[in-house]
Design a protein around this ligand. Structure first.
Ligand SMILES: [Zn+2]
Length: 443
């Protein structure tokens, strides 16, 4: 199977190279059909490539073609190089032939020949409740342990499956788009505020925490890294110690993924509408390094924060919830969700007393800060234009693309909690009390 991985990687990287050579003015890079023809030629000329499985090699080209056509939509961008030890895997196309059907159940017939269209199906057999076996070309029957989802259910009817080798473990994933989780139909709307101290605070008061490595496990990682660093270069001991550290790190990833899967299923099952605050995690975790000429400040601290953010699995939780409850997940603009009082709608930086405490300076509402934010998210509130500095208030009007002939904006911004409540009544009340001239520090 490792040989299959190597061949698939070789073919994929050739395709990457072919497409990397293309630039405006040159002839188009070869598509899937042309590449398949070239593969046949390459197999004729190279004995070692011909010794491999043709289907595995062709499926690598198919994968590449799919990745290439989905590069704008997939979020992964252009297909890139695959590396040994890091991207080990190959796709197997089923060998069983089964008749294809339309979506409405009518048999699919070839318009020219009038014959039934036959599709592929993976040969997979259940051995018992926990185990199944699947045919891998060149390897015969390969037994596999079913995951929690496949344990009780029927085996998937897939056309292909993908075998991957990572963290010293083999995995087989059947290419099936699962049915979405049905909505409970109770009309329940939940808001989720994602943070570092509490991974996901729900608007009903629940707090979900993504499991991390224990202190002991972290110490073990450091121990193995230290031992590896002190071992002689290229020694077996060095490799062994790094392997041990990698194993522990893989455990952290597994825990996080498991938690994300369970939490997203729970959310999809129990709520009709799930609202997340819209976070640009990629921008949030940008390095503070700067350049050689202008090094950034607090680089180590920022790196630590980035690591803590990425360890929470924010993106994965949102993504998997979206997969399981399509159309029932919304993104709420994030600005001010953590500063807005969920009881009266007042936005004030001073209301956030500390990481955990929220005490509204307007109405005195006291709440856990994360819970307060998640209630705002559930209400879809928080996304308001930033209050601008007003020239008359001692500040500077920042240059924006918007008209500078706008009316002076209120320095204190209140959002009506319910429709119909008058925003201006609140701002005017603040104006008369004489505090409106000082601007809240929002920069
Ligand atoms: Zn309040």
């Amino acid at each position: 199977m490792l040989l299959h991985c190597a061949h698939a990687r070789y073919v994929w990287n050739l395709a990457v190279e072919q497409h990397g050579y293309w630039q405006p003015g040159r002839k188009a890079a070869p598509g899937f059909a042309e590449q398949c023809r070239q593969l046949t030629e390459a197999r004729r000329d190279n004995e070692w490539l011909a010794a491999g499985n043709a289907d595995v090699q062709q499926q690598a080209l198919k994968d590449f073609a799919k990745a290439k056509s989905a590069r704008f939509a997939s979020g992964f961008g252009e297909p890139t190089w695959r590396r040994k030890h890091r991207h080990e895997g190959f796709r197997v196309i089923g060998t069983d032939r089964v008749p294809e059907y339309h979506a409405d159940g009518a048999p699919l017939v070839n318009a020219k020949t009038g014959r039934r269209v036959m599709g592929r199906s993976v040969v997979v057999q259940r051995l018992n409740r926990r185990w199944a076996q699947v045919k891998v070309p060149g390897c015969g029957w390969v037994r596999l342990r079913l995951s929690a989802k496949g344990k009780g259910a029927e085996l998937p009817e897939a056309k292909t499956f993908r075998v991957t080798f990572r963290n010293n473990q083999w995995h087989a994933a059947f290419a099936v788009v699962p049915e979405p989780v049905p909505a409970p139909g109770t009309g329940a709307v939940i808001g989720i505020d994602r943070g570092v101290a509490i991974t996901a605070a729900l608007s009903d008061g629940r707090k979900l925490n993504c499991p991390q490595l224990t202190v002991k496990e972290r110490a073990q990682i450091r121990k193995h890294q230290r031992r590896a660093a002190r071992a002689p270069k290229g020694s077996e001991r060095k490799t062994a110690e790094y392997t041990k550290a990698a194993k522990l790190k893989a455990r952290e990833v597994n825990r996080r993924k498991d938690w994300c899967e369970k939490s997203s299923t729970m959310l999809a099952r129990t709520c009709d509408l799930v609202r997340f605050e819209k976070l640009n995690i990629k921008n949030m975790t940008r390095a503070a390094r700067g350049t050689v000429e202008q090094p950034g400040r607090g680089v180590r601290q920022k790196a630590g924060l980035n690591r803590a953010i990425l360890a929470q699995g924010w993106g994965l939780l949102r993504q998997r919830t979206g997969h399981k409850a399509p159309g029932r997940v919304e993104d709420v603009p994030a600005p001010y969700t953590s500063l807005r009082c969920s009881a009266c709608g007042w936005i004030e930086k001073r209301s956030r007393k500390s990481q955990a405490d929220f005490v509204c300076v307007s109405c005195g509402f006291t709440c856990n800060a994360d819970e307060n934010a998640s209630v705002n998210v559930a209400a879809g509130q928080g996304g308001i234009p930033r209050p601008r500095r007003i020239a008359g208030a001692g500040g500077v009007t920042a240059a924006t693309s918007r008209s500078n002939a706008r009316e002076p904006q209120p320095a204190w911004v209140g959002i009506p909690l319910f429709e119909g409540e008058d925003v201006n009544s609140r701002t005017s009340r603040r104006s008369t009390s004489g505090t409106a001239t000082s601007r809240p520090g929002t920069s």
